[in-house]
Design a protein. Structure first.
Length: 289
């Protein structure tokens, strides 16, 4: 902490990263539109502007978070600042919870009130939604790959907790092993889900001609489970960075909020999957025909 400071707060030094990040995000958004729809006379499929913006965003994330780590190592993260960081992470996870609430709400509405769609003026839609799951939809067997992925995530929750407690006790070797196992399990979950998705699309479980008028089911399923899979990927990278810092001599029993935040995020991912497995795969797919 700077000499002569007589308060518990940290006033950050001027940083270019908020401006650089904003510009990069704007370029990425415009590039995304250009890639998908075409823009400024460029044909659809022009991806280079999106890639440039994404590169800028990623570089901003790396550089900005590296500055935060440096501030922590310099002693700028006082107890008051640390509490603020924790509140920030809690609020971030709460916002993520509400994000998934929207997808659960949509899926529950379809399952519980699917007969309301039989009031449609389109005969094919009425026929599709007479039953649940909708006519033409082939549900994913819950007790096969989804069950395996559930066990993988539950096991990863124990390994990340082991790593956290080991670090708190000063057992750096145990923390490294626990973190490495968690990263491996996260990568395994992603690989299994990718294989599951390939099977779903190859066999047209949700998007066949027969299920064309019940596409809302498949879209909601893919968005809910796919976004969760994306969160697993982000969490795995989060933990991998923590492992790299630990291997490089960083993180101590007293100062390791980066890892603590990663562990919170990972447990959030675990809990969301348990709800997805219980309701999307098991409860509301049990009446499959």
């Amino acid at each position: 902490m700077a000499a002569g400071v007589k308060h518990d707060y940290h006033l950050v030094n001027p940083s270019p990263w908020p401006l650089v990040g904003s510009i990069s995000a704007t370029i990425m958004a415009i590039g995304g539109v250009m890639w998908m729809k075409g823009l400024f006379g460029q044909p659809q499929g022009t991806w280079w502007l999106f890639a440039a913006g994404l590169t800028g965003v990623l570089l901003t994330m790396v550089a900005w978070w590296a500055d935060v780590v440096k501030e922590a190592n310099q002693g700028d993260h006082t107890p008051v600042v640390s509490i603020g960081l924790r509140y920030g992470m809690v609020l971030f996870i709460a916002s993520e919870v509400m994000f998934f609430v929207a997808w659960f709400w949509m899926f529950f509405e379809m399952a519980l009130f699917h007969e309301h769609r039989t009031l449609s003026s389109i005969e094919e839609v009425r026929t599709a939604w007479e039953t649940w799951p909708p006519h033409g939809v082939h549900t994913v067997p819950a007790w096969e790959l989804p069950l395996v992925n559930t066990l993988v995530l539950l096991l990863s929750g124990t390994t990340v907790t082991w790593a956290h407690h080991a670090l708190q006790q000063g057992d750096r070797k145990g923390a490294k092993i626990g973190l490495l196992l968690t990263v491996i399990l996260g990568a395994l979950f992603t690989a299994i889900q990718a294989y599951e998705y390939a099977h779903i699309f190859d066999h047209k479980y949700f998007f066949s001609e027969e299920a064309a008028n019940a596409g809302l089911y498949g879209s909601t399923f893919i968005m809910a489970t796919g976004f969760h899979g994306f969160h697993v990927l982000i969490g795995t990278i989060f933990l991998l960075v923590c492992l790299a810092r630990l291997m490089g001599g960083g993180l101590t029993p007293q100062k390791h909020f980066g890892f603590e935040a990663a562990a919170w995020y990972w447990h959030f991912v675990d809990v969301v999957w348990l709800f997805l497995f219980a309701f999307v795969y098991v409860v509301f797919a049990g009446a499959a025909h």
